[in-house]
Design a protein around this ligand. Structure first.
Ligand code: BGC
Length: 857
């Protein structure tokens, strides 16, 4: 038995600097082959690494909890370094103690900051060409530095160098938050970069999200956050005597324009190697033509530690083809739609400019960029002519599979170009496969869609001039995301932004961070405030996220209660409805078959229900009664307005039935069975083609299975005619599309102005693949109990799902073979499983690996 994976807050193993909580929560896992193993107790010992004094000894606590365990010691001060270990006592009375692990707090209070925000005088405020600044200063360090920490952030995106060496491997830091409320700080250990005597520190600062012009309307938008990008950095050097020497951003810094001539998230990046200032981040650089800096009038109270993972390069992809189009252009195909940028290795004469344009699809062999809107997504590199260089942009990103390369000296070879995949460096936790190759490809596309759109903010798409944190999209995709990757910290952080941007009256913006797209309340989109925290609780057992979000969840439903009025009917006003129903016309994605007010009333009931359940968990008794009572009334309204006595719905459409069935809006079993039958009939009469948009897609198969129509759900899943999940595969899809027919069967793009080939929302079906096709679902919050249901369907003869639960790896694998159904279930230590095999009675099992072989159904 080993106690492993010691983590602090939401940080991955090894990512332990700059923790932002004075009472940091701790997690661990126990690896053991013992069956039926449960944690009976734990004992945590935490030592101050500087003094070797015990700061907290929990004593033996009888508890099975090992995820985000509350800190019981005294509140920790900024910069404290803690060494901790945990001893675990098992239900078998054996115990094991982990290795020691360390973490270190960041700067918790604004008074810890002596640094000021500084702005480069070398850059004109609001210069629309999006120039990039270099900022530098030199400093002296004593001979006996034992520790050095850099705390750094920016309004913009930045990279830091010390003595010519890049600090850390994060890109696009500090990411995108509601900058008026929260700006993330990164803490780096730079002990090895600082030398005795003279040193230099340099920061490159680009616009990033801070300086971007966001807006979905036709007019050229204004900058949202202000005209002056700024940097704040505090370098703390600790000498052998324990004295702290601080070097921070102030008026002594100098600024110049960077050799990165311009950079914008949407526009792309331009770099001129001839403008490089060799040695600019090293001591002794000639600063004569550098400008000054000035202080930004802004405090440090919005600075917070990073909660989720940083953004990193996560993979390099070689081209699968380099071709010349009929117009003579060089087109590179990376074989995969992805988010990131291209790295080049190139040699050529001074002044040669190479231009890279990016696109998701080709038309007639040429790059097709009409779906990018204002995003020109173009990178340019000008050579200095002194030998080969390796280059990649640093402050932008693109969504693409193809690139057009212009101006390349000679011929582009495969080895000269790589696509660099970039996203939040989330820990992968979920896998699925089955005997059906196309379904495996669908699943791979869902994973890629997630990788492309979890770049600091859960976005709709990564390519066009949008790339926004659309609330409706993550509302429907959160369950899938929570299975595939550990998104607890990523989304817990984003939810704080949601609450920060929520209006005082409870209105939830359609995108977070809010760019002011639309002030009208919208069901499903606004309901993300309630559903996403609930999913975090369901999938990770994270009750703290519910406590953190409760005021926001409650404010949203109170707002809806007002909106619905005494009739308890949310029946008016603007709605996105069942967005991109396949029957909706290209320019009217809201014009779905399901009445948008049926959707809004259903969502109202669903959110009331989830907030009442949350109130119950958190002990807000008055709220439980209030929200339950109103939920009953709202359900009565739903029944009266939208359901016939026999279970027909006012909108005779797949989504309407799926909502009524899955959100428990029907009166009794008879109504439910009839609704299920009607849903099955509709799917059948539509030739087993999909008839749902964002709202119905994640649940339509659940609704069919829950009403005894699993065969119809599988027929829908396996359909290859358009519209369906599998139809895009024949057209070469490597991600999930925004529309069921983003490419039409004849290979031409949907003519709608909004048409992304990398949108995760319709991939929300993957949650059903995991839970139903493979059979692995959470039975209790955080998978303390697994709900394993194996009931083979369709033409699928084997399936498996694996998931790293907070307690360890869970797996379900089944195969239909020669008249037998063979099932293997792996139950992690400290959890149990309820296993249902076809029509057999459920059995409860404890941790360990279990096998069954029963006659095939
Ligand atoms: C986005 C969607 C989003 C929608 C709102 C679109 O422009 O790309 O994914 O949810 O607007 O209806």
């Amino acid at each position: 038995m080993h106690v492993t994976d010691l983590r602090v807050e939401h940080r991955n193993v090894g990512d332990t600097l700059g923790i932002g909580a004075a009472r940091p929560r701790l997690s661990w896992r126990t690896d053991t082959d013992a069956s039926n193993w449960n944690q009976a107790a734990y004992a945590i010992t935490a030592i101050d690494a500087a003094t070797d004094e015990v700061v907290w000894s929990s004593g033996e606590v009888s508890s099975a909890n090992s995820y985000l365990v509350a800190w019981g010691g005294p509140a920790l001060a900024s910069r404290t370094r803690i060494r901790w270990q945990v001893r675990v006592l098992g239900s078998d009375e054996l115990d094991a103690t982990s290795e020691w692990s360390e973490f270190e707090l960041g700067l918790l209070d604004d008074t810890d900051w002596v640094a000021n925000w500084i702005v480069a005088d070398a850059i004109e405020p609001a210069d629309p060409t999006q120039p990039v600044a270099s900022l530098r200063r030199e400093f002296a360090a004593p001979d006996d530095i034992v520790d050095a920490r850099l705390h750094v952030s920016a309004l913009g995106v930045y990279e830091v160098e010390i003595n010519g060496t890049r600090v850390g491997d994060h890109v696009l830091a500090p990411g995108w938050t509601t900058y008026d409320h929260r700006v993330r700080v990164e803490t780096h250990d730079v002990t090895d970069l600082v030398q005795a005597g003279t040193n230099a520190i340099g920061v490159t600062l680009a616009d990033g999200w801070f300086g971007e012009r966001f807006g979905v309307g036709p007019a050229e938008p204004e900058r949202l956050y202000g005209d002056e990008g700024a940097v704040i950095a505090q370098l703390e050097l600790v000498d052998a005597a324990g004295r702290r020497h601080t070097v921070s951003t102030d008026e002594t810094w100098r600024s110049a324009r960077s050799a990165v001539i311009s950079s914008g998230i949407y526009a792309g990046e331009t770099y001129d190697a001839r403008a490089e200032r060799p040695g600019w981040s090293q001591p002794g650089h000639d600063e004569r033509d550098w400008n000054g800096v000035h202080r930004l009038d802004r405090g440090t109270e919005t600075l917070i530690a990073r909660v989720g993972p940083a953004i990193r390069r996560t993979e390099e992809i070689a081209p699968v083809a380099i071709t010349t189009s009929s117009s003579g252009r060089t087109i590179v195909d990376f074989g995969q739609n992805l988010t990131g940028w291209i790295r080049l290795r190139v040699d050529g004469a001074e002044g040669t400019t190479i231009t890279l344009r990016h696109a998701e699809i080709l038309q007639d062999g040429e790059l097709w960029t009409e779906n990018l809107g204002r995003a020109t997504a173009t990178d340019r590199l000008t050579l200095r002519g002194d030998g080969p260089i390796e280059w990649e942009p640093r402050f932008t990103f693109h969504g693409f599979r193809y690139a057009e390369i212009d101006g390349w000296p000679g011929e582009v070879c495969t080895d000269d170009v790589r696509a660099i995949v970039v996203h939040s460096d989330l820990h992968r936790t979920g896998w699925f496969s089955c005997s059906h190759d196309q379904i495996n490809q669908l699943h791979a596309n869902v994973v890629w869609g997630m990788r492309g759109n979890f770049l600091d903010v859960p976005t709709d798409c990564p390519q066009r001039a949008e790339r926004l944190g659309w609330t409706g999209d993550i509302n429907v995709f959160a369950p899938t995301a929570s299975f595939l990757f550990d998104v607890d910290g990523f989304l817990a952080s984003w939810l704080v932004d949601l609450a920060a941007d929520q209006r005082d009256d409870g209105f939830v913006p359609h995108v977070v961070p809010d760019i002011g797209v639309n002030p009208l309340p919208c069901a499903v989109w606004g309901d993300a405030a309630v559903v996403v925290p609930w999913v975090m609780y369901e999938r990770f057992g994270d009750l703290d996220v519910l406590a953190q979000q409760y005021p926001s969840m409650r404010a949203w439903v109170e707002y809806l209660i007002d909106l619905a009025g005494p009739r308890r009917h949310w029946s008016r006003g603007f709605q996105y409805g069942d967005w991109v129903d396949p029957a909706s016309p290209p320019e009217k994605p809201w014009a779905a078959r399901t009445d948008p007010h049926l959707v809004s009333q259903a969502a109202f009931c669903h959110s009331l229900d989830l907030v009442a359940r949350t109130a119950e968990l958190l002990g807000h008794t008055d709220d439980v009664a209030r929200f339950r009572g109103i939920a009953v009334e709202a359900r009565e309204v739903f029944a009266r307005e939208y359901v016939t006595p026999n279970g027909r719905l006012a909108s005779d459409a797949q989504t309407a039935y799926a909502l009524a069935i899955c959100w428990d809006l029907l009166a009794d079993d008879a109504q439910r069975a009839n609704a299920g039958r009607r849903l099955a009939f509709l799917v059948f009469s539509e030739g087993f083609c999909i008839g749902t948009g964002f709202v119905g897609t994640p649940i339509v198969c659940d609704a069919l299975c829950a009403t005894g129509n699993a065969d119809v759900a599988y027929a829908l899943l396996e359909q290859t005619e358009s519209p369906s999940w599998l139809a895009p595969l024949a057209l070469g899809a490597t991600t999930i599309w925004e529309r069921w027919d983003s490419l039409r069967p004849d290979g031409t793009p949907n003519p709608g102005s909004m048409n992304s080939f990398n949108h995760y929302a319709l991939g929300a079906i993957a949650d059903w693949l995991h839970r139903t096709v493979a059979g692995l679902a959470p039975g209790a919050p955080g998978y303390r109990t697994l709900d394993v249901t194996v009931r083979p369907g369709g033409s699928i003869t084997s399936a498996s799902a694996e998931h790293d639960t907070p307690y360890g790896r869970a797996a379900v694998r089944w195969t239909l073979d020669a008249g037998h159904l063979d099932v293997e279930v792996v139950v992690p230590p400290n959890t149990t499983a309820t296993v249902r095999l076809v029509d057999e009675a459920p059995v409860e099992v404890g941790s360990g690996t279990h096998h069954w072989a029963i006659p095939a159904p």
